[in-house]
Design a protein around this ligand. Structure first.
Ligand code: NDP
Ligand code: BG6
Length: 483
């Protein structure tokens, strides 16, 4: 059962890049779903902004199309869609010019929350931040939402933070990492900190290792130009996987409060050891060429950008010394499957023989698809035949637990946008977190660049390059199957 929806304060939300891919695929469909759920009050407004000269009606027609395309049929209610569209407006603005800003200022209301979503290329973030203030569009209470990528290394992230800080206070800046908006990712905090069961075992003494997997079936497709300059390390590890690692490894915050949570995550990032070259495996699908190979989407025929990466990572603190975290993510893999698996150690003394079938306890937190958790525990195999052990999962599938309400669970973007309106920064990255993540990432990338390392080829539809298996085998461990 999904809990009762509490409407958020009335708002004026401006989406810069309101005609772009992210806005059409995620932001508008998400806002419509929140409207349908009763979370967006009748006097709230959404204002699209981009350079294209569109009328309000043109813009509404575009959003109607995106709702038709990206909202499930069961949520398409024509009367509600028509009602939602009346809340939409459009202003033609060039982020780098002077036109349109006065019109935008005239549209903004004083007595509602003002939020500005920068769904444009990062090179425009500074221009927009400057003009929002120059033209008096933003006020001291306004919030800005900044999309990834937040820099491509420490220096560029520091420069971006410094630019935004010229115009907005840190308490006004919401840096999106959409993984933090996923239902199961937040549930991770609930499971760890709202139960007594797990926390006493949540340390190197009892945890053998942790596997974090984000496997995708999609390839680079139309995003080759962006992706080739990024690769899996910058695109996924520095942000999404780092956030997952932080939520697993962090100490309990003193309160579920934005700065308390982010302080603890920051400590984890700072405790990460440098990664040794032998603990990194990079891959590229069909690096040697072939139909649908990575290079077909790259502007550089000799690109050595990785579409897969696996890493063995250590968190050097009292809690985790001696427990490796294995991270892997890649495109064009066997299945779309994101999960965190925590494998516990053997009991200190076993009263059973190996032949009786003992296996380790594993807590699997499944992020997508089939969100849920299961804990693998040992029981006696039912029936006669003596004491033989078997492993069974204690299952908590969200779809089963929520029943028909499962469709009402907000997706990551809509949840995060509502948090912006509520003024809750808990699920957004603070500037120092992003910088610390780059400070850890930069030497890894610099290392393989200086060594001239090339990614290993892997076939689409597999679980990645062979060497990634070795990363685990040499420690006497195995990756979980991607399925
Ligand atoms: P698109 O290229 O699809 O859209 C860019 C948008 O910006 C368009 O609305 C464009 O409209 C507008 N724009 C471009 N130049 C200007 C300008 N000078 N002034 C005002 N508006 C301008 O990009 P995406 O929607 O894919 O991405 C937007 C942001 O979100 C990027 O930072 C991207 O990295 C990030 N992101 C995107 C994801 C996705 O799935 N698409 C996923 C995660 C992050 P016009 O040309 O009419 O001005
Ligand atoms: C984005 C990356 O941030 O996350 C993409 O840029 C990736 O390359 C995507 O495909 C994965 O998100 P999700 O929610 O589909 O797992």
């Amino acid at each position: 059962m999904v809990s009762r929806v509490i409407p958020v304060e009335p708002f004026d939300l401006v989406i810069f890049g309101g005609t772009g891919d992210l806005a059409r695929r995620k932001i508008f469909p998400g806002l419509y779903r929140r409207f349908l759920a009763g979370q967006m009050t009748a006097d709230s407004r959404i204002i699209g902004a981009a350079r294209a000269e569109l009328s309000d009606d043109d813009f509404r027609a575009m959003v109607a199309t995106s709702i038709a395309e990206y909202v499930s049929e069961s949520r398409q209610d024509s009367a509600m869609i028509a009602e939602f569209l009346t809340r939409l407006h459009y202003v033609a603005i060039d982020a780098t010019g002077a036109g349109g800003w006065a019109a935008l200022k005239d549209l903004m209301r004083d007595d509602v929350v003002r939020a500005f979503y920068f769904s444009v290329a990062p090179s425009l973030f500074g221009d927009i931040a400057l003009r929002l203030n120059q033209h008096g569009v933003a006020d001291a209470k306004s919030r800005i939402v900044v999309e990834k990528p937040f820099g491509r290394d420490l220096a560029s992230a520091q420069a971006l933070n410094a630019t935004l800080a010229l115009h907005f206070d840190e308490t006004q800046i919401y840096r999106i990492d959409h993984y933090l908006g996923k239902e199961t990712v937040q549930n991770l905090m609930a499971v760890r900190f709202a139960n007594i069961l797990f926390e006493p075992l949540w340390k190197a003494e009892y945890v053998d290792h942790v596997q974090i997997t984000v496997a995708e079936t999609v390839g680079v497709e139309g995003r080759g130009a962006y992706y080739d300059k990024s690769g899996a390390m910058r695109d996924m590890v520095q942000n999404h996987m780092m956030q997952l690692l932080c939520l697993i490894a962090m100490e309990p915050p003193y309160h579920f409060d934005p700065n308390a949570v982010r302080d603890e995550k920051l400590k984890v990032i700072r405790a990460l050891d440098p990664v040794r070259p032998q603990d990194i495996v990079r891959g590229q699908y069909l690096a040697g060429g072939g139909q649908g190979d990575y290079l077909a989407h790259s502007e550089n025929p000799h690109s050595t950008t990785e579409s897969y990466i696996a890493l063995r990572v250590h968190v050097s603190n009292w809690r985790w010394k001696g427990t490796p975290f294995y991270l892997r993510t890649g495109k064009r893999l066997r299945a779309r499957a994101s999960e965190i698996a925590i494998t516990f150690r053997e009991p200190p003394h076993s009263i059973f023989d190996d032949a009786q079938g003992w296996r380790e306890n594993v807590l699997v937190i499944r992020l997508q698809p089939d969100e849920g958790m299961h804990l693998k525990v040992m029981i006696k195999e039912p029936g006669p035949g003596g004491m033989r052990l078997m492993q069974v999962p204690l299952d908590m599938s969200f779809a089963d637990a929520l029943g028909d309400d499962h469709d009402d669970v907000p997706d990551a973007y809509e949840r995060l946008i509502m948090d912006v309106i509520r003024g809750n920064q808990t699920l957004f990255m603070r500037g120092d977190e992003v910088e610390a993540a780059w400070a850890w990432t930069d030497p890894i990338i610099e290392g393989w660049t200086a060594r001239g390392d090339k990614p290993q080829s892997y076939d689409p539809g597999t679980s990645g390059p062979e060497d990634a298996l070795m990363l685990m085998h040499r420690d006497g461990r195995r990756w979980r199957e991607i399925k």
